[in-house]
Structure formats: structure tokens, C-alpha cells
Write a protein that binds this ligand. Structure first.
Ligand SMILES: Cc1cc2nc3c(=O)[nH]c(=O)nc-3n(C[C@H](O)[C@H](O)[C@H](O)COP(=O)(O)O)c2cc1C
Length: 363
């Protein structure tokens, strides 16, 4: 099943059921945030997966929380991405842009105007941004205190995502994934502990997901709901989050709302790489029941057997794989042959240059 062609309910066809998980790699120049030839080559090498989901792509300068992330808020950035999507398509692959606003997981030094991070509230994150160190290389730094977005500014964020989805289409992406996971802005709005707002974006579950759903509608208006994915991380604690107090209510509710909008893809990331592999855990079946589109599972899928197991159970349609695809550009082939895998080197995850980026060998 894993290696067979898959056609989504929305009519997109993929060479196999393996997706590349979105992974920030910090290889652009922070000043213009335009993707370069090295980034195009990195994705071209990995185009054997059914679907590439790009690294997180900031939708605005203030939406950045990591040094050197290639972005998508202007035409020059879109032109850079056009070379990336062309390279992937020429190699027979498909690619979505993961559009991203980090919210409070940021630092003033990353923003051209020195502005404070944008928050759902004024609560400071116990988390780290990635800034320029004394030698100019990326280094971790405590997040700065955020400024709570005004209601008008929240509506401005929707427009930033709309613009990014428009530019994604210009750049030749097959779709967009809205980054709603891992403690970034849209996840901060979801969280009842972080979101203490009293306007229409805070309080009830419906209000806390209002921003995400407005972003979904805006993106769908630009690129088509069938080509929109939403990423969520149930039970997630990354970036200073507390787990959702009512996960079996929260996430199936969202899945139903996305289904009603004919959103093509729901991408679920299990940060602990455990419950998603547990056949008796209720989350994935509940999401599958509530969502009529393509369900993507991610977190600790380190071999073909683990992928086949969840597909066979019917608890997912596609499997997103992260770290093994950093170090194995030909991962699909290696899985098919049960070949040995290259080990990934964490030291070069965010380091500048080709080392640990485009120099991992294929079989
Ligand atoms: C270097 C690195 C960068 C990542 N950047 C992102 C990102 O930009 N957006 C995102 O949603 N997840 C990001 N993740 C999480 C991955 O998408 C994935 O969920 C995680 O690596 C678990 O999958 P794995 O067990 O197959 O590695 C990142 C992970 C790594 C290792």
C-alpha cells in the first residue's frame, strides 16, 4: 500500500503514500528570505516522495522566529520558490508550501523594524527562537515577550496568510499547508491557557479556532480548499505549550469544521511518536471519522512496517516522515529495498551551507 499511487478525495494524485514532513533548515539569506539554488537542489533530491511539504515559510517579517528561513510575502520570494517547485515537478514530485506565523516564538532581532513578537496574549513563551550569533551563524535565544495582537491586527494576520497562499499559487506550489501546530501563532490561539482574549478570537473553542478557520477560508479562496492542508499537534507541548485539556473534543471538532469546508488534508503530528502507533488509541480513528479528506500521520515512522501498520488499520492515508528524509534523499527506494539508512546529524539541521543539507548520499 505504501508504495502504491494514491489519489486524494480531492483528486490530487501522488506517486506513493510517503510525504516529506515540513522541516525548517535555515539556508536562505535573512535579509531577503529568497530561496536559493541550494534549496531547490535539496528538494529536487527528495522528489521521490509522493508529496513534499516545504519547511515552514513565514508569511510576514513579524511572522519569523528563526534566522534565514525562506519566506513568502513578496513577488521576489515567490520567484525564488518557482525554481524550487519547477525542480520538484521536473523530477516527478509534488510540493506544498507550509505557510507559517511563529507568533510569540520569536525575538526582536529577527524583525526588520525590531518589533516584539506577536502574541495571542501578552504571555511570554518558555521557548527559544533562532537568532544570529556573534559569528552570524544561527544560535538559540530566549523568546522576547510578545505584544498581544489587537483584533484589527488579527484580521491583518488573515490577510498575510491569504497573500502567502496567493503567492504559493504564483510560485507553482501544488497546495499549501497551514501550520497550526507546535505552539506557533495559530496553536497559541487554540490553547485556552495561552489565549486569554476577550474578543471574538478568545474564550470558546469556536472562538479560539476562529483565526485558523478564517485563515483556511482565505487560503482556500486563493488556491482551492482541495489543495489546502492543516497541521495540528494533539497533546503537543513543544515551544512552551501545555497539552490541550480536552483533546478528544478539540481536535475532532476541528476535523469536522475542516471537513465541512472540503479541506483536502489534515496533518496530525504526534510529538512523542507514541500514541499514533498505538492501534487502541482513540485519536486517529476519531479524526478519520470526523474528516472526509486525506489524513496524514507523522511522528516516528522510521521504517516501512510502521507506515504499513497505520495504513492497514485505516487510521491514516499518507505518512509524513521528517528526520530520516534529511539524511536519506532516496528514502522511498531504501524503504522499498529494506536498505540501511544514513544517520542524520543534528549539528547541521540549521547550519548554513550544503553540509548536512544537499550532501547526504543516495544508494
Ligand atoms: C530540523 C527540523 C525542523 C523542523 N521544522 C518544522 C517546521 O518548519 N514545521 C513543522 O510543522 N514541523 C517541523 N518539524 C517537525 C517535523 O515536521 C516532524 O513532525 C518531526 O521531525 C517528527 O517526524 P520524524 O519522527 O519523522 O522526524 C521539524 C523537525 C526537524 C527535525
Amino acid at each position: 500500500m505504501l508504495f502504491d499511487r494514491y489519489t486524494s478525495q480531492s483528486g490530487l494524485s501522488f506517486a506513493n503514500r510517503i510525504a516529506m514532513a515540513p522541516m525548517t533548515r535555515c539556508r536562505a539569506d535573512h535579509r531577503d528570505a529568497i530561496p536559493n539554488d541550494m534549496i531547490a537542489e535539496y528538494y529536487r533530491q527528495r522528489a521521490g516522495v509522493g508529496l513534499i511539504i516545504s519547511e515552514g515559510v513565514p508569511v510576514s517579517d513579524r511572522g519569523r522566529g528563526y534566522l534565514n528561513t525562506p519566506a513568502l510575502w513578496n513577488e521576489a520570494q515567490a520567484a525564488g520558490w518557482k525554481d524550487v517547485t519547477a525542480a520538484v515537478h521536473a523530477a516527478g514530485g509534488r510540493i506544498f508550501a507550509q505557510i507559517w506565523h511563529v507568533g510569540r516564538i520569536s525575538h526582536r532581532s529577527l524583525h526588520a523594524d525590531g518589533s516584539a513578537p506577536a502574541g495571542a496574549s501578552g504571555q511570554r513563551a518558555k521557548g527559544e527562537a533562532m537568532i544570529a550569533g556573534p559569528d552570524g551563524r544561527p544560535t538559540r535565544a530566549e523568546c522576547d515577550a510578545p505584544q498581544a495582537l489587537s483584533t484589527a491586527e488579527v484580521k491583518g494576520v488573515v490577510e498575510e496568510f491569504r497573500n502567502a497562499a496567493r503567492l504559493a499559487k504564483v510560485a507553482g506550489f501544488d497546495g499549501v499547508e497551514i501550520h497550526g501546530a507546535n505552539g506557533y501563532l495559530l496553536d497559541q490561539f487554540r490553547c485556552p491557557m495561552v489565549n486569554d482574549r476577550t474578543d471574538e478570537y478568545g474564550g470558546t473553542l469556536e472562538n479560539r479556532y476562529r483565526l485558523l478557520l478564517e485563515v483556511v477560508d482565505a487560503a482556500a479562496g486563493e488556491i482551492g480548499a482541495a489543495n489546502v492542508a492543516v497541521r495540528q499537534s494533539p497533546y503537543g507541548v513543544a515551544n512552551g505549550m501545555s497539552p490541550d485539556p480536552e483533546p478528544m473534543l478539540t481536535y475532532p471538532w476541528l476535523a469536522g469544521e475542516l471537513s465541512r469546508r472540503d479541506v483536502g488534508f489534515l496533518h496530525i503530528y504526534c510529538q512523542t511518536a507514541d500514541w499514533i502507533h498505538d492501534a487502541t488509541h482513540p485519536m486517529m480513528p476519531a479524526l478519520h471519522a470526523a474528516f472526509s479528506g486525506t489524513l496524514i500521520a507523522c511522528g516516528g515512522f522510521t521504517n516501512a512496517e510502521k507506515c504499513e501498520a497505520i495504513l492497514t488499520r485505516g487510521h491514516a492515508d499518507l505518512i509524513a516522515i521528517g528526520k530520516p528524509l534529511i539524511s536519506n534523499p532516496d528514502l522511498v527506494e531504501r524503504f522499498r529495498l529494506s536498505a540501511e539508512l544514513n544517520r542524520w546529524d543534528m549539528k547541521t539541521f540549521y547550519a548554513p551551507g550544503p553540509e548536512g543539507f544537499t550532501d547526504y548520499p543516495s544508494l
